[in-house]
Design a protein around this ligand. Structure first.
Ligand code: SER
Length: 584
C-alpha cells in the first residue's frame, strides 16, 4: 500500500468515526518560540488538550508534518529519518481508552489488513503517578489481543510527554512482529533487536507535568495518537528500510545513477536531508547560524558533503529537487509552487558551504596526518574548536570526517571552549553597549536593529553605493544619515519603508559572531569607520539581508521591532541625506 493510500484510509476511517479532518500545522510552529520544529501531531493542539474549546469539536484527525532532530547523526542507517509524517487522531475530553483502542485495532486489522497474530501491545505498569493500566489491557483483550502479547512496562517505555513540561500520560503502544527470531529469552517489544517494530502510539493524556516535576490531573481526559506514515508504508510493502518505499526510491535510484562511487549510507543521507530541507524551506525556514536556521544549515551541509563523497556534481541539485517535487506531489502538492525558492535557498547555501569545506578539509587532513604519525586515535576538542574558530569549519562536519577516517572525537573540551567563546562575545557586546551608547533599553535596542535594516533596505531600493554616515537613537525615534546624491522620491521612501516592514514580518534571526577584523571585512560585513575598530570585532547578521560590524546590542528576531514608519527625509549636508523614523 502506498503512503498516500494509507493517509487517505486513515483520515477517512476517523472521519467515519465522527472526527473532523484538520489541516497539518506548519513545520515551523506558529507563536511558539520554545520549540524549533513541530515534532508531533499533538504539539499544535496543546491549548485544546489543556481544555480550550477547539472550533472543530472534540474529535479531530490529521496528518502532521514533523521534524525530529535528536537522531540527526543516525540518519544513513536503515531506519532514522529527520522529517516524517505523523497520522493522528484526538479525543479532547471525548472518548477515552476503550474506544481509542477499539478503533486502533479495527483500523490496523480491517483497513490496513494487518494479521492480528502479528500484533503485540504494551501498557503502563503503574507507579506513584498513575496506576497499572488494566483498563487499556482489558480493552486490548476485548479487541482480540491475547494476554501473552500484552506487555507491561514502566515510564521509560509507556509514558509520553513532549519535552520536560506539559500534558502527558500513560500510553499504549502497538508493535508489529517482523517474524525474526527472538534475540534472547527476554526479547519483547521493548527490545531493539528489530524483531518488534513500533507502529502506533495511543497516549492517554489526563495529566500535566509542571516545571518543578509535579504531576496534576488535567481538566479533561484526552487521547492523543500518532502513527508514522513512512514506517507503516515500509512494513506494509514488505520493505527493509523506508528508503525502499515510493517516497524515496526515485531519488535513491537517481543518486545511484549519478554517483561515481556508491555508498548506500551517503545516498540515504542525501535523500533524507534533501527531503527534510525542502519541507522546512517550503514552510518558510531559511538557513542561519542559530536555532532552526542552523538545523537547516546542518542538513544542507551534511547533504552537500555526502554528494561530494558520492562524487556527484553539485549542479545536479536542482534536478534532484525537481524529482522530489514530482515524487511527493500527491502528498505535498504545494512543493510545486515553492520549488524555485527551494532551489534558490539550497543552491545558495551549498555554494557558501563549498568554500568553507575546501579550506577546512585541507586543515583537517593536516591534523589527521599528524595524529597518524603520533599513532593517536582521538581528535581532541582543541583541534575541533580551532577548525571551527579559524576556518569556520562546523564541528559536526569534523565529527563526520573523523568517523570516516576511523578516529574518535572528544567533544567535552570543544563544548567548554565554545561556551567560553560565546560568553566572551556576549561580554564584549555588553561592554561596547555600556561604553558606546547612552540611554540603552529595550526600545533603543529595537531602534538599533531597525537602523541596520534601514541601511540594508536603502541599498536594495536606491543603490548599493549608499553608506551610513551617522546615526542617533533615542527611546522615541531613530535618525539615520547616509550618502546619497538626491532627495528621495515618495515612491522610494515608500519602497524602503515597505521593505523594512517586510523583513520585520519575516521574523529574521539576528545572529552575532566574533571574528578578526580583516575576515569580517572580506566576508562583506558593512562598517562605518574601519580604522576605529579593534582587531577582533563582532559582526551582526540579520537573516540574509544585512551584515554589519557593530557592538550591539540587538534584538534576536526582527519581529520584535513592530512597525517601521519613515517620518521625515531631508538634507543633512552636501551629499548626505537624513531619515527620521519611528517604530510602533
Ligand atoms: N504524541 C505521541 C507521539 O508522538 C502520540 O502521537 O508518539
Amino acid at each position: 500500500m502506498k503512503a498516500i493510500e494509507i493517509r487517505n484510509k486513515y483520515l477517512n476511517f476517523f472521519k467515519s468515526h465522527g472526527h473532523k479532518v484538520i489541516p497539518s500545522a506548519p513545520l515551523i510552529p506558529e507563536n511558539d518560540p520554545s520549540v524549533l520544529f513541530t515534532t508531533a501531531g499533538m504539539q499544535p493542539l496543546v491549548p485544546y488538550l489543556l481544555g480550550e474549546k477547539h472550533p472543530e469539536g472534540t474529535r479531530l484527525t490529521d496528518y502532521q508534518k514533523c521534524i525530529r532532530t535528536n537522531d540527526i547523526d543516525e540518519v544513513g542507517d536503515n531506519r532514522h529519518l529527520t522529517y516524517f509524517e505523523m497520522l493522528g487522531n484526538w479525543s479532547l475530553g471525548d472518548y477515552f481508552k476503550e474506544e481509542a483502542i477499539a478503533m486502533s485495532y479495527e483500523f490496523l486489522t480491517k483497513e490496513l489488513g494487518i494479521d492480528p497474530e502479528k500484533l503485540s501491545v504494551t501498557c503502563f505498569a503503574g507507579d506513584e503517578d498513575a496506576p497499572r493500566d488494566t483498563v487499556a489491557a482489558e480493552a486490548w483483550k476485548k479487541a482480540g489481543i491475547p494476554e501473552e502479547r500484552i506487555y507491561f512496562y514502566g515510564k521509560d517505555n509507556n509514558w509520553w510527554i513532549a519535552g520536560e513540561e506539559g500534558p502527558c500520560g500513560p500510553d499504549t503502544e502497538m508493535f508489529l512482529d517482523t517474524g525474526r527470531p527472538t534475540c534472547s529469552p527476554n526479547c519483547g517489544p521493548d527490545c531493539d533487536c528489530g524483531k518488534y517494530v513500533e507502529i502506533w502510539n495511543n497516549v492517554f493524556m489526563e495529566f500535566y507535568k509542571a516545571k518543578d516535576g509535579s504531576i496534576s490531573k488535567l481538566k479533561q481526559q484526552n487521547v492523543d495518537t500518532g502513527l508514522g506514515l513512512e514506517r507503516m508504508a515500509m512494513l506494509l510493502q514488505g520493505k527493509e528500510t523506508p528508503f525502499d518505499i515510493e517516497l524515496f526510491l526515485p531519488v535513491m535510484e537517481k543518486l545511484k545513477e549519478l554517483a561515481k562511487v556508491d555508498y548506500i549510507e551517503s545516498r540515504r543521507i542525501v535523500a533524507e536531508h534533501l527531503r527534510s530541507s525542502m519541507m522546512i524551506i517550503a514552510d518558510g525556514g531559511r538557513p542561519s547560524n542559530i536555532d532552526r536556521g542552523y538545523v537547516l544549515r546542518r542538513l544542507i551541509r551534511r547533504m552537500t558533503r555526502h554528494l561530494n563523497k558520492l562524487q556527484i556534481d553539485l549542479n545536479e541539485l536542482p534536478t534532484l529537487i525537481e524529482l522530489y517535487v514530482e515524487t511527493l506531489k500527491e502528498l505535498y502538492p504545494d512543493l510545486a509552487e515553492k520549488k524555485e525558492t527551494i532551489k534558490e535557498v539550497i543552491v545558495a547555501e551549498k555554494d557558501k558551504f563549498v568554500k568553507t569545506l575546501a579550506n577546512g578539509e585541507r586543515e583537517f587532513n593536516k591534523v589527521v596526518s599528524k595524529l597518524k604519525q603520533e599513532n593517536k586515535k582521538v581528535v581532541d576538542g582543541h583541534t575541533i574548536f580551532k577548525l571551527y574558530e579559524t576556518y569556520g569549519f562546523p564541528p559536526e562536519v569534523t565529527q563526520d570526517l573523523a568517523k570516516e577516517q576511523g578516529f574518535e572525537i572528544e567533544m567535552t573540551e570543544f563544548d567548554k571552549l565554545f561556551k567560553e567563546h560565546q560568553e566572551k562575545s556576549r561580554q564584549g557586546s555588553e561592554q561596547k553597549f555600556k561604553g558606546g551608547l547612552a540611554e540603552q533599553n529595550e526600545q533603543t535596542t529595537k531602534y538599533h536593529t531597525a537602523t541596520h535594516l534601514l541601511n540594508a533596505a536603502l541599498k536594495v531600493v536606491i543603490s548599493q553605493d549608499i553608506h551610513q554616515k551617522g546615526s542617533n537613537i533615542t527611546t522615541e525615534r531613530m535618525r539615520f544619515d547616509f550618502s546619497c546624491d538626491h532627495k528621495l522620491t515618495d515612491e522610494e521612501k515608500q519602497k524602503v519603508e515597505d521593505l523594512v516592514n517586510e523583513w520585520i514580518k519575516q521574523d529574521l534571526p539576528v545572529t552575532i559572531k566574533t571574528m578578526k577584523k580583516e575576515d569580517a571585512v572580506s566576508s562583506g560585513a558593512e562598517c562605518m569607520f574601519i580604522e576605529k575598530y579593534p582587531d577582533e570585532v563582532t559582526v551582526y547578521t540579520i537573516g540574509e539581508v544585512s551584515k554589519e560590524i557593530c557592538g550591539g546590542p540587538h534584538v534576536t528576531h526582527t519581529a520584535e521591532l513592530g512597525h517601521f514608519t519613515i517620518k521625515k527625509e531631508e538634507a543633512s549636508s552636501a551629499g548626505v541625506r537624513r531619515i527620521k523614523a519611528v517604530l510602533s
